[in-house]
Design a protein around this ligand. Structure first.
Ligand code: BES
Ligand code: ZN
Ligand code: ZN
Length: 504
């Protein structure tokens, strides 16, 4: 993690990152720096090269021994600046500096930014943006071509007063982002290594030494005993044994009902016998990111000492074609006794989640929130910058949306309803694992998948239903090429939102 120190004046650093609002020219601090650099900054700001537009930047070599480089970086117009814009600006500055093999920076935080987003939020989110930008998935490369990461950042705030508040929020933000980077590492790890067994070991390693936190890993025979026929059906084509990973954090009083997080843990999705075409199979190592997100969120919440009871349920297996693989036309029986027709073995996520959603009933949960890279249809619907949110419960949907807005991650609510529930109706079993609206498989696929999951939120005997939300993150988990403010690979979507949701 980057060591953050707080300053009123610019200390010695390899590079000073100087954010500038569009069209405003240099502010008071900028003018001070400009005077020290004999007008070098002002020569750039306002020139054709740079006027502070978002994502614009210009590196100035100053010749100053204490501050040899200044990175002018655009914030966009002051009236439009948002938390998202600020985080992207900070991230971009860090990625540029790190690409130039710079290890320590000074980052100027304009008072107008602090005023706009508040000091605790600014401290927390600036730390998050820095840490996310300071991660690179390159551990499989020879050492000399790996990214040079930052070690130190001096935050420069001429009006700084409440140092303790800033330091505390900054270290919380850094911890949450560090856990988010762990989630990214899990997602990026090649599928030959990231097996269900390996994921279970990673859960144990991440939880190690954290008070009130316990990991239980159920083996194949235990999964069988529980009657998780849908989960086992998906797993049966693989040489790798499935694992049902349970992480419990008891931060609340004994009587408090837990929030249960469920995560899809397909460590590789070949599609099974309904095999994926090559261009769609690539990147299916990321199909366990739902599990990683649920796990990372719980661990971060536990490290923050949040006073809640939280459980993460992570069904983990591989979806492979083989002589022992489950087939289209198979009928599987879920843990609650309901039967499922397999029409397509590539719609496996909803099958493993169905058993986890059945298992969640055991906890008499306050609420259940699942994370899954569930459908390509979600990406077709909303693109690649947001994740789909589904819930019959307006209060949870609103709270999750607010939490996502508070951390500048983007959730977008998509519908549940009769037409989607009808789409997964089945003649030969209780429910079908495929379905589209109006009889067309391609229509409303993300909502039909959500409707399938919703079916398992009601216990068939007791008729008890728990409050539930589903997050389809297949639209927003990964950028192969990266962005100016974050490098390529898994992006850790969801951890920040979930931590915010749990702490408020
Ligand atoms: N893991 C995929 C969904 C996915 C697609 C995630 C692209 C990330 C990027 C899921 O298991 C799947 O294959 N879904 C099918 C469902 C279909 C067969 C009903 C899909 O989306 O095509
Ligand atoms: Zn699939
Ligand atoms: Zn999948």
């Amino acid at each position: 993690m980057i060591k953050v120190t707080l300053h009123k004046d610019a200390p010695k650093a390899e590079c000073l990152i100087l954010p500038v609002f569009e069209g405003d020219g240099l502010d008071e601090f900028g003018k001070e720096m400009d005077a020290r650099m004999h007008g070098m900054l002002n020569a750039v700001v306002g020139s054709k090269d740079f006027d502070g537009q978002a994502q614009q930047y210009n590196m100035v070599h100053t010749g100053d021994k204490e501050l040899p480089r200044m990175l002018l970086i655009g914030l966009g117009k002051q009236k439009d600046v948002s938390l998202l814009a600020w985080k992207r600006t900070v991230g971009t500055g860090i990625v540029i500096a790190s690409n130039k093999k710079i290890k320590n920076v000074a980052l100027y935080i304009p008072a107008d930014i602090v005023k706009k987003i508040g000091d605790t939020t600014c401290a927390y989110e600036t730390a998050v943006a820095m840490e996310l930008a300071n991660y690179s998935f390159d551990e499989y490369k020879v050492e000399k071509s790996r990214a040079v990461l930052l070690t130190d950042a001096a935050w420069v705030m001429p009006d700084l007063q409440t140092k303790e508040v800033w330091q505390k929020s900054a270290s919380e933000g850094a911890m949450v982002a560090d856990m988010t980077n762990e989630v990214r590492r899990l997602g990026n790890t090649p599928p030959s290594i990231m097996t269900p067994t390996f994921l279970a070991k990673q859960a144990q390693a991440l939880a190690k030494g954290i008070p009130k936190t316990k990991v239980t890993v159920l083996s194949k025979s235990e999964i069988k005993k529980l009657g998780m026929g849908c989960f086992l059906g998906v797993a049966q084509g693989s040489m790798e044994d499935p694992k049902f990973i349970i992480v419990e954090y008891k931060g609340g009083v004994k009587t408090q009902k837990p929030t249960v997080l469920v995560g899809k843990g397909i460590t590789f999705d070949s599609g099974g016998l309904s095999i994926k075409p090559d261009q769609y199979m690539c990147e299916m190592k990321f199909d366990m990111l739902g599990a990683a997100t649920a796990l990372g969120s719980l661990i971060a919440a536990a490290k923050l000492g949040i006073k809640k009871n939280i459980v993460a349920l992570l069904p983990a297996c591989e979806n492979m074609p083989s002589g022992s693989a489950y087939r289209p036309d198979d009928i599987l029986t879920a843990m609650n006794g309901q039967t499922v027709l397999v029409e397509n073995t590539d719609a496996e996520g909803r099958l493993i989640l169905s058993d986890a959603l059945c298992y969640a009933h055991i906890y008499n949960p306050k609420e259940v929130i699942d994370f899954a890279t569930l459908t390509g249809a979600c990406m077709v619907a909303i693109g690649t910058e947001r994740s789909g949110l589904f819930s019959p419960d307006d209060a949870i949907a609103r709270k999750l949306t607010e939490a996502s807005e508070a951390v500048a991650e983007q959730l977008w609510r998509l519908p549940l309803g009769e037409e989607y529930t009808d789409a997964v109706k089945c003649d030969v079993a209780d429910i079908n694992n495929m379905g589209g609206v109006g009889g067309n498989r391609r229509y409303g696929g993300a909502s039909a998948a959500a409707a399938f999951l919703q079916f398992f939120t009601t216990h068939p005997k007791t008729k008890k239903t728990y409050p539930w939300a589903h997050i389809d993150m297949s639209s927003c988990y990964n950028g192969p090429k990266g962005k100016p403010y974050i490098r390529g690979g898994a992006n850790g979507f969801g951890v920040q939102t979930m931590v915010e949701y749990l702490r408020t």
